[in-house]
Design a protein around this ligand. Structure first.
Ligand code: ADP
Length: 533
């Protein structure tokens, strides 16, 4: 299968994500606003109908719809129906279409001729009666009934008045009740008080009655639901047309963004390809001036290249040095063999040739062994067994077992019971190398001082001699592989691998090897092991 590029993947992903987000948020917004607008419209419908309930009453037996009754406002129509749902009054153009299914106190949806309407009904009883009765004659001056919701009025206390040559409050109540066809058992007195009315003293009697004389009436508010649906339908349609546009814009944006983002990465891989095909490790990737993640990536690549270059060059140097060291004895062996096999060589010559060949062979064996030891230590710590060891005892044993030549004396000053986690065979190898060097580059009848002491979080081993010393400009290089200072080449049969091995062994133990030396006076090699807390 063909690989899909990062750019294409990012473009597709960002486009998809943007499209989904756009779609979801617009749908969410539409749903929310639809709900809010619907709720707002329904609330308006309810409050318009409820306000109108105060504007209906019966006066002296006649149904009165007051002037303040709102028949139409803001798309809401209000109609009045009697208890049999017969239409009484209203202005709704669709009145005849929606006179069925009355549900008090609820918003319902009615469908007529393919149109939907929100409908809110309220049912009222003419159960609150009002009477004005002349105090002196006991005549009913005015009477009527208010349309109220059943059970919304409460009985109030009233005091009894009595007038000379007139009627009492109780008599006025009885007159009103009997006129309304009610009695004390099926009614509740709300108000019974004395009032002045057009220069007359009247009793104002208000009561509710459980079997209303004038029956129920219904108020129905209605508003077309389609207005909202249509508005949102238009928005939906617009949005559907806009979806492809959204996707195109998102895709274009995503493509540009991913192109811009991937450009520096492409530059890096181009440089890496050039370096790899040109086989030139000295080339570096241009990381630009930025400090962003890409610049950090380029820097990391450059650091890696630097390390590769260093290690590659040092390997090259090492191979060339090793072959050089092997070539000399091999050349000698070849020459000796040719001479011994020639007619010119007598028995003594042949013996001398064999002795020389043997010496060269020993030299090569030593070199190969040193290379092998170094190679083993280069492979890391896994192959060695590090154990907490009494370093004091180990160092002392090695010193005691070492037999110096050239009349050199070895003295040691070792602090007791210093413990450290070491691989004993490696430590022996390391100390033996230092001691052999001290002898090899030491003066006849000289001294070697070995000390081991414990400092703060560290253990220091030092091997000091009073030999030929090291020139200042050689000091930094002597731990390198195959390095031999010129001054020591003449009196050394070494290969320049001893200190490289020392340095490697010390780092395997997490330590550090250093040297201080004064040319002509002697050298001191110190090995520091760091104790972990
Ligand atoms: P070699 O086999 O040549 O001794 P080493 O790696 O052990 O190789 O030492 C590297 C070089 O460091 C030596 O050639 C010598 O010049 C210098 N060197 C090492 N130890 C001493 C010492 N104790 N005194 C003076 N020079 C030393």
């Amino acid at each position: 299968m063909r690989k899909i590029s990062f750019k294409s993947k990012t473009t597709v992903l960002i486009t998809l994500l943007t499209a989904i987000m756009c779609f979801a948020s617009v749908m969410g917004m539409i749903a929310m606003s639809k709900r809010t607008v619907n709720a707002e419209i329904q609330q308006q419908l309810i409050s318009t109908v409820e306000r109108n309930t105060d504007e209906i009453e019966i006066e002296n037996g006649i149904l009165e719809i007051e002037n303040d009754f709102v028949f139409y406002t803001n798309g809401i129509y209000c109609d009045v129906f009697d208890s049999n749902h017969a239409y009484i009054d209203g202005e709704t153009p669709h009145k005849l279409l929606i006179t069925d299914n009355f549900n008090a106190g609820e918003i319902t949806i009615h469908e007529k001729n393919g149109n939907e309407y929100y409908v809110y009904d309220t049912c009222l009883e003419f159960s609150k009666y009002e009477y004005e009765i002349d105090v002196f004659s006991g005549q009913i001056i005015k009477y009527g009934a208010d349309a109220v919701k059943p059970g919304t009025l409460e009985e109030k206390n009233h005091s009894n008045f009595f007038f000379e040559n007139g009627i009492s409050t109780e008599e006025a109540i009885d007159t009103a009740l009997s006129h309304a066809g009610a009695n004390r058992n099926n009614s509740q007195i709300i108000k019974a008080e004395l009032q002045a009315h057009e220069n007359r003293q009247v009793f104002l009697i208000e009561f509710t009655c459980s079997n209303p004389l004038y029956g129920n009436i219904w108020l129905r508010g209605s508003t077309p639901a389609d207005t909202v649906q249509n508005a949102f339908g238009a928005i939906n349609k617009t949005f559907i047309y806009m979806i492809p546009m959204f996707i195109i814009i998102a895709a274009l944006g995503a493509y540009l963004i991913s192109k811009k983002t991937i450009k520096p990465v492409e530059n890096i891989s181009k440089s890496a390809r050039e370096i790899s095909s040109g086989n030139d490790l000295s080339k570096r990737i241009n990381s630009g001036n930025g400090s962003d993640e890409i610049a950090v990536l380029a820097d990391t690549f450059n650091q890696m290249l630097q390390r590769l270059q260093t290690s590659f060059e040092s390997e090259k140097q090492f191979t060339s040095d090793a072959s050089h060291e092997l070539r000399t004895p091999l050349a000698v062996i070849k020459a000796e063999c040719e001479y011994a096999l020639s007619d010119k060589a007598d028995n003594d010559d042949k013996e001398e040739a064999l002795i020389s060949i043997n010496e060269q062979n020993e030299k090569m064996t030593k070199l190969v062994n040193s290379l092998l030891s170094l190679a083993r230590t280069e492979q890391g710590t896994q192959r060695f067994k590090f154990e907490k060891t009494n370093l004091s005892e180990l160092i002392e044993q090695i010193c005691e077992g070492f037999v110096p030549e050239k009349g050199i004396r070895i003295e040691y000053n070792i602090e007791n019971d210093i413990y450290y986690s070491v691989e004993a065979s490696l430590i022996s190898r390391m100390l033996e190398n230092l001691l052999s060097n001290a002898v090899r580059y030491g003066n006849k009848n000289g001294n070697i001082n070995v000390t081991l002491k414990k400092g703060k979080n560290r253990i220091i081993l030092s091997v000091k001699d009073n030999g030929i010393g090291i020139k200042e400009n050689d000091i930094d290089k002597i731990f390198g592989r195959f390095y031999r200072a010129d001054s020591s080449r003449s009196n050394s049969d070494g290969f320049g691998l001893g200190l490289a091995l020392v340095d490697r062994i010390v780092s395997l133990h997490g330590g550090k090897a250093e040297v201080k030396s004064v040319f002509g006076e002697g050298s001191e090699f110190s090995i520091t092991f760091f104790e972990k807390n």
